[in-house]
Design a protein around this ligand. Structure first.
Ligand code: ADP
Ligand code: MG
Length: 328
């Protein structure tokens, strides 16, 4: 399968700021791809480069194998769902959705028919006559989605599309977006700073930091095999262990990541630890431990028998759960 999007050593500079810094990556056709990173890491700029609202300062961007240097946004078969939805307040829902088709010269009855069918797809049938102001946040989000989908893009770009929604609705929309993407088979590129969103929805994730793509991998790969300290810290909460300690444990003086849920309480063997804290998180409880002077977290089901703060315990883990990393 050919790549829907590819970046070859792409940079975008604003004066001294390198918003995107020498990024090389490929997004496959039909893939649900997430750009994940903290605020200011270059995610939106990358999306704008794909859409054609920005031009690279250096490097080359290809869409479906063709270089798009100089090709304007409207010739790219790409649509964007913006962070703030950018709906027209004075137009009702159906006219908001049909807008792109009107601009493309599609006749009134046909564009309304198309718009209605997309509204049905995003579960908004019956809302055609409402103005955006009379919709909930979740409904506005669906209108923004419908407005992008009605143009039948080959790539749909979504910039923090669920950021304004409350947790329950966000989780519901995560599932809906994912199933919509499967059903339509078009390439989705999702920007988010929320690691659980990226992990649950994406086929692959690029983790961004300071304009650079630090790692591109499947959610499992990113979570289980973080390549660097930054990724281990940013995605999930991990125990990032320093080289002195890792050398003691594995013989190699390298940074390592050890997920809290991989640390087990045992009756004998393992390492001695002191429980320095205990916090109930619902399904799981987190224990803070001191092991030979190093802080370590352990995550265990709240339903299991757990030691109190101040108690001495023993812990171990599978050697393969200690994942060696780069120092970055
Ligand atoms: P993210 O979407 O990951 O939060 P952005 O891509 O919006 O990050 O921004 C990356 C960096 O580039 C930030 O430091 C931001 O301030 C800077 N930046 C983005 N757009 C512009 C612009 N038009 N002019 C100057 N600096 C910009
Ligand atoms: Mg952004």
């Amino acid at each position: 399968m050919s790549d829907a999007v590819s970046f070859q050593s792409v940079s975008r500079c604003y004066g001294d700021v390198k918003a995107v810094d020498d990024v090389t990556l490929s997004i496959e056709e039909g893939e649900f791809f997430a750009l994940l990173g903290p605020s200011g890491s270059g995610k939106t700029t990358s999306l704008r480069l794909i859409a054609g609202f920005e031009q690279p300062s250096f490097g080359d961007i290809r869409l479906f194998g063709e270089s798009v240097s100089g090709i304007p946004p409207y010739q790219r078969q790409i649509n964007t769902v913006f962070q703030d939805y950018a709906l027209f307040p004075h137009l009702n829902v159906i006219d908001n959705v049909a807008y792109g088709l009107m601009i493309a010269g599609v006749g009134k009855s046909e564009r309304y028919r198309e718009a209605e069918s997309v509204l049905e797809m995003v579960k908004l049938q019956g809302f055609s006559d409402r103005r955006p102001a009379a919709l909930s946040g979740g409904q506005r989000q669906r209108v923004a989605l419908a407005r992008a989908l009605v143009n039948k893009p080959r790539v749909l770009l979504l910039d923090e599309p669920l950021g304004a929604l409350d947790l329950k609705l966000r989780e519901q929309m995560q599932e809906e977006l994912k199933s919509l993407q499967r059903q339509l088979g078009i390439t989705f590129v999702l920007v988010t700073h929320d690691q659980s969103e990226a992990l649950s929805m994406a086929d692959r994730i690029a983790v961004f930091s300071e304009g650079r793509a630090m790692q591109v991998d499947s959610p499992e790969g990113i979570y289980r095999r973080p390549a660097s300290r930054f990724v281990a810290d940013f995605v999930g909460s991990s125990n990032v262990l320093p080289p002195q300690f890792v050398e003691r444990l594995s013989g190699q003086p390298r940074w390592a990541s050890l997920r809290p849920e991989s640390v087990n309480l045992v009756n004998e063997g393992g390492l001695r630890a002191t429980v320095t804290g205990r916090s109930f998180l619902g399904v799981m409880t987190k224990l803070s431990l001191n092991v030979e002077g190093y802080a370590l977290s352990l995550l265990a089901p709240s339903s299991s028998a757990l030691p109190e703060e101040g108690m001495q315990v023993r812990v171990n883990w599978q050697p393969t759960d200690l994942h060696l990393m780069e120092a970055k």
